[in-house]
Design a protein around this ligand. Structure first.
Ligand SMILES: Cc1ncc(COP(=O)(O)O)c(C=O)c1O
Length: 429
């Protein structure tokens, strides 16, 4: 055992698990959790139960249940308005996480380079490293977390195998424009590279904006894996159902990994989701308005708080910039509770707007530019306005027991941002 060498020596437990564990330890409200906290639609529960009762308890087809893949294809016809073949192009995966992992393993090998933007979802880089590749991380430019395509161009080479792209972006809350997709297309064409497009927040775009999917970009559609998650849209992350859409040739390669990675995905859950989507085909279309109302409520409540609120174009997060009243030490800000106490003492009406228990540093997303990050769950925050949880939250903060959910990112003090999540369900409850 002493000769054992970790393949990921510097990787600890994901920040999201750490955060939830810490919340339990402190008996604190966990505003930073990265998952929805609502009851799921009872109809979905019923459909899962029915699927169990009717005996869908053996292996599902490796590629995914055809009825679910057909519903996925029908959904993509509505938004983003593309036609995909459910048989050869759609694979049901164990959440988006497995789709990401399997696509990376299927395409990246020893010596390959992969472009990833900072900040980025935390599973990307470990997957690249396990595949034997190397991530080249490109910071999103400030202000606004925009793409510096010239910088990307300078970092791409004959070794570039894959570009990891995410829109709507977690945690930046930005939505890539069509010009970004054109620039990406030109670069991957030039270097004969592939794209893995993480579109798990795809329906959640605000203010009449549009999500530009790689699937709707004629050139990118030919060289991209697009990854989605029912956890996000059905408010049921525990069902662990996601999917990957790619051209047939790429899908074949993906499935070579998928079949030996997970083989197949929960049969009853697939049945239930297929049935649910058939009953509620418009469900995803309601999500943007649902979250936009929450975003607006949060922004209104935080107006005048001292936080600067960058635009939130999509996802269920809201970035908060706390540099006006706290040093760029997100860990101290959250762990000691001092930052929140400072904020609470001067800037908030404690009977009304009470943010507590920040969570989830941008370090979790590998942001290199000195950003400090906090995340709290918007829905839980809204619930604080109710009686008991609000008092409990206040006690938690005043006793200095706020959650340790953040990390200092090293780097300069220039960009202090934190982010807040808003969550909900496809049924718009
Ligand atoms: C950007 C992004 N990609 C992928 C995932 C993983 O999705 P899933 O829960 O379906 O594995 C998440 C979850 O938070 C995410 O935020």
């Amino acid at each position: 055992m002493s000769s054992f060498r970790s393949k990921l020596p510097d990787v600890g437990t994901t920040i999201f698990t750490v955060v939830s564990r810490r919340a339990r330890e402190l008996d604190a409200l966990n505003l930073g959790q990265g998952y929805p906290d609502y009851e799921i639609d009872p109809r979905l529960t019923q459909l899962v139960t029915d699927a169990m009762r009717t005996g869908h308890t053996q292996y599902a087809p490796m590629e995914g249940l055809m009825s679910l893949r057909e519903q996925i294809a029908a959904r993509l016809t509505r938004d983003p308005g593309v036609t995909v073949d459910p048989d050869s192009q759609v694979t049901v995966t164990l959440g988006a996480t497995e789709a990401i992992f399997s696509a990376i393993l299927a395409t990246v090998g020893a010596g390959d380079e992969v472009i990833a933007f900072d900040p980025a979802y935390d599973s990307y880089e470990p997957a690249v490293r396990l595949a034997g590749g190397r991530c080249i991380r490109v910071p999103l430019a400030q202000p606004g977390f925009t793409y510096d395509w010239e910088r990307v161009r300078a970092l791409m080479s004959a070794s570039t195998r894959l570009v990891l792209f995410n829109s709507p972006h977690n945690p930046a809350c930005t939505v890539a424009g069509s010009a970004d997709l054109d620039a990406l297309a030109a670069l991957v064409r030039e270097h004969d590279a592939l794209v893995l497009s993480d579109e798990v927040y795809q329906p959640i775009v605000f203010d009449g904006g549009r999500h530009h999917s790689v699937l709707a970009h004629p050139e990118l559609a030919q060289r991209s894996f697009a990854v989605f998650s029912f956890g996000k849209t059905l408010h049921a992350t525990g069902l662990r159902i996601g999917y990957c859409v790619a051209p047939a040739a790429l899908t074949r390669e993906l499935r070579k990994v998928h079949q030996f990675n997970t083989f197949s995905i929960s049969h009853p859950a697939q049945h239930a989701i297929a049935g649910y989507l058939a009953e509620r085909p418009q469900g995803a279309g309601e999500l943007a308005a649902f979250f936009q109302a929450k975003r607006d409520r949060l922004r209104t409540a935080l107006a005048g708080s001292g936080f600067v609120l960058p635009p939130a174009q999509g996802t269920y997060f809201q970035l908060l910039d706390f540099r006006a009243f706290a040093p760029p030490d997100d860990l101290g800000f959250a762990e000691r509770g001092q930052g929140w106490k400072d904020v609470l003492s001067g800037r908030f009406d404690l009977d009304g707007d009470l943010p507590v228990n920040p969570d989830g540093g941008l370090k979790a997303f590998g942001h290199p530019i000195g950003a400090s990050g906090l995340r709290m769950m918007f829905e839980a925050w809204l619930q604080l306005r109710g009686e008991a949880p609000e008092q409990r939250a206040l006690r938690t903060v005043v006793e200095g027991r706020s959650l340790a959910l953040t990390h200092n990112l090293g780097g300069g003090p220039g960009e202090c941002v934190s982010f807040v999540s808003v969550v909900g369900t496809e049924r718009g409850a």
